[in-house]
Write a protein that binds this ligand. Structure first.
Ligand SMILES: [Mg+2]
Length: 283
């Protein structure tokens, strides 16, 4: 990416963070730490990697993106709205009784491929999509985002074994690897390390990358599959709550609401993140 594209990705990431903070504040709850963790990945995905058309969300040849950690879906919804899949003002009533956007993502929303929330569903369904695409000779790719908690699920590892054995090189798993989950540090609950070598034993090609650096994200995703004949895994090193000092690396911010004082403090911190061009929140 050139400098201008990198700045555009950073600016979109800032908008996503501002939207998600406002969505959680308005909705009085949400998985804010998990949303902020992924905010730098979506701009690169939707601007540089995925072949999708916001005006034709069901385009048959589109790439499929599934968010297996559906609880963090507000960041994805903010990105989809900014990309034109649906009106920005839908974000205003996120997690509200009269709103269109639920706390966990729903496939009734344009651009959302699959409803998720309970963990362990994204990769198995993505495997089915990869299998179908192979059988149909279709060229689209299937990309799924997993997480520490999602990789605690047995069904995720069944899918990892299936994809490796059957050489689904049209399938990519991104891992939002912030090493925290709902109730603590992943290493104290189910330690995933060494994650990359474990995936490679099951027939995948795995790499690690900085999940907050747009150029590193683009470099990791610019040539998929990472190795012909193998499913790809990109393990993104991320920080839960990234961008808000009192949320960063604090598992207690996995889920919760924001009182006005903390919302304004968090918003000011995100507004001060580079690039310094004023973000047009909600516009
Ligand atoms: Mg995590």
């Amino acid at each position: 990416m050139n400098e201008k594209e990198i700045e555009e990705c950073k600016a979109l990431a800032k908008k996503i963070r501002l939207h998600t903070l406002k969505m959680v504040f308005n909705g009085k709850s949400g998985h804010i730490g998990s949303m902020l963790s992924t905010a730098d990945i979506y701009p690169v995905l939707y601007k540089k990697v995925l072949k999708v058309d916001p005006k034709n969300p069901k385009w048959p040849e589109r790439d499929r993106f599934l968010l297996s950690k559906g609880h963090g879906g507000a960041a994805l919804l903010a990105c989809l709205a900014e990309c034109g899949f649906f009106p920005l003002d839908w974000l205003d009533r996120y997690y509200c009784d009269d709103g269109k956007l639920s706390g966990h993502i729903s496939h009734h929303i344009p651009g959302v491929e699959f409803s998720t929330g309970s963990l362990g569903h994204g990769l198995p369904v993505a495997c089915g999509m990869a299998m179908a695409a192979k059988r149909d000779g279709a060229k689209h790719r299937i990309i799924v985002m997993s997480s520490d908690g999602d990789l605690n699920e047995g069904s995720t590892w069944e899918a990892i074994m299936l994809a490796g054995q059957h050489h689904y090189d049209n399938l990519t798993m991104l891992v939002d690897y912030n090493r925290l989950q709902a109730l603590g540090c992943s290493k104290d609950i189910i330690d995933l390390e060494p994650l990359g070598p474990k995936l490679e034993i099951f027939g995948w090609k795995a790499i690690e990358a900085d999940g907050h650096d747009p150029q590193a994200i683009e470099n990791a995703l610019s040539q998929l599959p990472l190795e012909p004949g193998k499913p790809s895994a990109v393990i993104f090193r991320t920080v839960k709550g990234k961008g808000v000092s009192f949320m960063e690396n604090e598992y207690k911010w996995h889920y919760g609401g924001l009182v006005e004082e903390l919302y304004l403090k968090a918003k000011a911190e995100v507004e001060a993140m580079p690039p310094f061009a004023k973000a047009t929140e909600g516009k």
